[in-house]
Design a binder for this molecule. Sequence first.
Ligand code: PGA
Length: 254
Amino acid sequence: MRKPLVMGNWKLNGTKESVTALVNALKEPADKAAPKADVAVCAPTVFIGLVEQLAAGSKLAYGSEDCDIHVQGAYTGENSPVMLREFGCTYAIVGHSERRDYHQETNEYVALKYQAAQQNGLIPVLCVGESEAEYDSGRTMDVVKAELQAVIDLCGIESFKNAVIAYEPIWAIGTGKTATPEVAQKVHADIRAYLATFNAEVADGVRILYGGSCNAKTAPDLFAQKDIDGGLVGGASLKAPDFTAIIEAAVANA
Ligand code: PGA
């Protein structure tokens, strides 16, 4: 059985004050959920030390929104997976569509980030998903397969034993246009079927989160789907009551 995971992606948001209030408010819901669902927040790197201190002693896990392919050296502005691990990160999101788009990250480059995160003790959360034009022209799985294939080529199918996949249709991110549970379930099942062509056991075990306007209203029906193992939540993860309701939806469907 796959244990659901609810993960917040704060993106470029927060202040010391709001981060403190949010983490303090999420510790209890995370502890309560822990037997049935994992809860994590991915924070801007500058706040990770603060999250580490605040989350200490609770079941609230945390991670970064990105990580570099290098562990150290002359790479101004980057964040090393080793450093993120030292600050207690469990997860690192890699290949979010905003990074692919605004920072021209290719499938191959994202695979290097996935590899660097995993080799240094972080669980990579690999984001995949198609644009609106690709969705409209029925090319969702072509895009998603290529994104997965780059990782399979570099790291092997077995690497998904220690990774998370997040299916995030780009047209649903921050738009309020959530994919219907049926549309999302179909893609999740197709992702699992594709991975199963390489290794059925790995495909069955890997957690596939849904992301894209996942909120307190949409989460219950999404999480009721067979192949949806939780959510990667942007906007709704910034408000403790909303995120707590999403956590509760995951627990209810665990
Ligand atoms: P959203 O973002 O929940 O605000 O749509 C999700 C994401 O980009 O991870």
